[in-house]
Structure formats: structure tokens, C-alpha cells
Ligand binder design. Structure first.
Ligand SMILES: C[S@@+](CC[C@H](N)C(=O)[O-])C[C@H]1O[C@@H](n2cnc3c(N)ncnc32)[C@H](O)[C@@H]1O
Length: 206
């Protein structure tokens, strides 16, 4: 997959919006690994929750021309940046400022991606709408992630695929159990050690 152009972004803007890092690229690598599988499914609607700079959803839009891409972010500045990253790479993206997928009523997506705020923090650090929302994950680093898991059955198309980046501290086995109870199979499709962090991407299907 091609890495989207991002030189249009003034570095100072990354004081307010998550700057793409190893986790962002691991999520892209996971999609790349699954490219044939996804192409065979011919996705029409793709959604990235928490798109930050827009790097990941733009890479998806470039890999699947003709796919309708949407993204959400609780941080308004991230939505603006996501839109401009998509524009600079000629990807049509609808980027909406919202909590998770709350305001989507009738939408169902063929692909959903989430690189969540996964750092284990105190609960009261979690739930902001600024740069802290990029990393503060609360208890087990899962407070935001767990809320999205509950919404996946209603937002993922019957034949759809959900990709979620986690670290070991998030206890991926527990996430797999939650998703199994919701009717989804899971597998870890890629992992990478980054400094002291073991990052991985889980894939879920019905
Ligand atoms: C780790 S950053 C990932 C950014 C980008 N997806 C990437 O991979 O580079 C997490 C992103 O999720 C957003 N976020 C956190 N909580 C959210 C929520 N409740 N709803 C929507 N977005 C959220 C943050 O603002 C941030 O942009």
C-alpha cells in the first residue's frame, strides 16, 4: 500500500492532533497483509474511528479506489486534518466530529478500523476531546475501546471486517472473549514490538 502524502501538515499541528507513529503504520501493514482478502470482499463503505491525521483511512481510500470512506474523531482538529490529508491524496473522505460512531444511525460499514487511545491511565484522564484523547485509555487502556466493541454488531455489515490495534496491557484475550459473546471470531494478524510495547492488530468477523 502506498503511504499517503502528509508533507502539507505543519509539524506544529501535531501539538493538537496525534502524529502518525509505529501503531498507525502497524494498522496500515495489517490491512496490507489482508489486501487480497479485502479486495475479494469488494468493500463499499469503510470507516476509521479516531482517524487523527487521516493517514490510515487515506491509505485505505488509495488502496480501494471507488470505496466510500468515512472517519470520525472526538477531536475537531483531527477531523479537519483527516479531511485535508484525504484531499491532498485525492481521496474522498467524509470526516465527522463525533464520539465513536454515536451519530451514525442507519450506516453499516464493510470495514471498520480503530487505533484507539490504548495507554493504561487513571479513568479521569480518559474521555477528553483534545490531544489527551489520543492516548489516555483509562482502566486496562480499554475504556474507549470497550464502548466501541458494544456498537460493532450494529455498525458492521453482515459480511464486514473490524480491525483493532491493541497492546498486550489491553489484555487481547479479554477483548476476544467480549467479541465472541457478541458473535465474532477473532485472530491476531500482525504484531510488533516497539520499544517496551507489544503492539498487535486483531481482526474480527461474524
Ligand atoms: C492513537 S490515536 C490514532 C490516530 C490515527 N488513527 C492513527 O493511527 O494515526 C487515537 C485517536 O482516537 C481519537 N479518539 C479518542 N477517543 C475517541 C472517541 N471517543 N471517539 C472518536 N475518536 C476518539 C483521538 O482523538 C485520536 O485521534
Amino acid at each position: 500500500m502506498e503511504t499517503p502524502y502528509q508533507n502539507h501538515i505543519d509539524k506544529k499541528e501535531f501539538d493538537h492532533v496525534y502524529e502518525p507513529a509505529e501503531d498507525s503504520f502497524l494498522l496500515i501493514d495489517a490491512i496490507e497483509k489482508d489486501l487480497q482478502y479485502l479486495k475479494a470482499k469488494n468493500p463499499t463503505f469503510c470507516l476509521e474511528v479516531g482517524s487523527g491525521s487521516g493517514l490510515v483511512i487515506t491509505a485505505v481510500g488509495m488502496a480501494f479506489p471507488g470505496t466510500f470512506c468515512m472517519s470520525t474523531d472526538v477531536n475537531y482538529k483531527a477531523c479537519v486534518m483527516s479531511r485535508s490529508t484525504a484531499n491532498h491524496n485525492k481521496v474522498i473522505l467524509d470526516s465527522v466530529n463525533m464520539n465513536l460512531v454515536d451519530s451514525f444511525t442507519d450506516h453499516m460499514f464493510d470495514v471498520i478500523l480503530f487505533n484507539p487511545p490504548y495507554v493504561v491511565t487513571e479513568s479521569d484522564e480518559c474521555g477528553g476531546k483534545d490531544i489527551t484523547a489520543s492516548w489516555a485509555g483509562g482502566v486496562k487502556g480499554r475504556e474507549v475501546t470497550d464502548k466501541l466493541l458494544d456498537m460493532i454488531p450494529k455498525k458492521l455489515a453482515r459480511n464486514g471486517t473490524f480491525y483493532l490495534l491493541l497492546i498486550e496491557e489491553n489484555i487481547p484475550d479479554e477483548v476476544a472473549a467480549i467479541m465472541a459473546a457478541l458473535g465474532f471470531t477473532s485472530e491476531i494478524i500482525i504484531r510488533r514490538k516497539v520499544r517496551n510495547e507489544q503492539q498487535l492488530v486483531m481482526k474480527f468477523c461474524r
